[in-house]
Design a protein around this ligand. Structure first.
Ligand SMILES: [Ca+2]
Length: 266
């Protein structure tokens, strides 16, 4: 899932020197190798097992991730410009087509989680072009780099711990790729959300967010757990719009999901 820099996490990351409660961060990536065993000890204390720790120790600093993190622009657009840049019309027509091709699947998701197809398909289209661009950055290296980076270390460190636990449970591997900030699968879950809200939708015994059924069930489950009210509206001002706000912090993104969802559902 995409996200904005969170002011709270940013300020929290200005850790006080002298308080050695956390591994030191870095703005430049220097000393990354020396940081790894320090954060590995923290991860171990938080319950990460051997496979997760080995994966962490095998990571390398991701310059691509830091480059992307320093250069997030698209959310500064107006809604109209955002819709145009993100190809809203194509997402709506593709979304309608996918719903028509697989009505039972989306009906089952709505019946179980209360979330209508339009919202799930709008998110799917927006996040990865319906699974076409799930990313090519090593997830554990990306998330470890963001945890090491001073800008939002306190926001990303829990996601790093979660990524390592996902490795322990076999949901991802040390080779798994995702987007530049370590977002996973069809709808780009950050690892902490994957761990907390991920659902084995196809029942094969494994959470795999690159599987469409697992990813869509997990997305619906996330929204339901964040307070989605079955049958209530999701346009701005309606009860479920606040749940869309929990998916992504950017106002234009939230408005775009609501608008595209209604057009797909309508
Ligand atoms: Ca599965």
């Amino acid at each position: 899932m995409s996200f904005l820099p969170f002011a709270k996490a940013f300020f929290l990351s200005l850790s006080l020197p002298g308080l050695s409660f956390a591994a030191p961060c870095s703005d430049t990536g220097g000393q990354y190798e020396a940081w790894k065993p320090v954060i590995a000890a923290e991860a171990e204390a938080q319950g990460v097992g051997r496979r997760g720790i080995d994966a962490l120790l095998g990571t390398s600093y991701s310059k691509a991730t830091i480059g992307a993190d320093r250069n997030q622009k698209s959310f500064k657009y107006s809604l109209d410009k955002f819709l145009q840049v993100r190809g809203a019309d194509a997402i709506i027509s593709q979304g309608r087509k996918r719903k028509a091709q697989n009505p039972d699947f989306y009906a089952a998701l709505e019946s179980q989680y209360g979330v209508p197809a339009g919202v799930l398909l709008a998110i799917h289209g927006m996040e990865t072009g319906f699974g076409n661009f799930m990313g090519d950055t090593n997830v554990v290296s990306a998330i470890a780099t963001l945890s090491y980076d001073c800008r939002r270390s306190d926001f990303f460190t829990p996601h790093l711990i979660a990524a390592l636990k996902l490795i322990d449970m076999g949901a991802i591997s040390p080779q798994t790729v995702g987007a530049k900030h370590g977002e996973l699968g069809h709808t780009q879950f950050l690892p902490g959300n994957a761990l907390n809200y991920g659902v084995d939708g196809n029942g094969d015994g494994r959470l795999d967010l690159t599987d469409l059924v697992d990813a869509m069930a997990s997305t619906a489950n996330f929204l339901r757990e964040k307070g989605w009210r079955p049958g209530a509206g999701y346009q701005p001002g309606e009860p479920n719009f606040t749940v869309i706000e929990a998916w992504n912090a950017a106002t234009v993104y939230q408005q775009a999901i609501a608008l595209m969802g209604a057009r797909i559902d309508g």
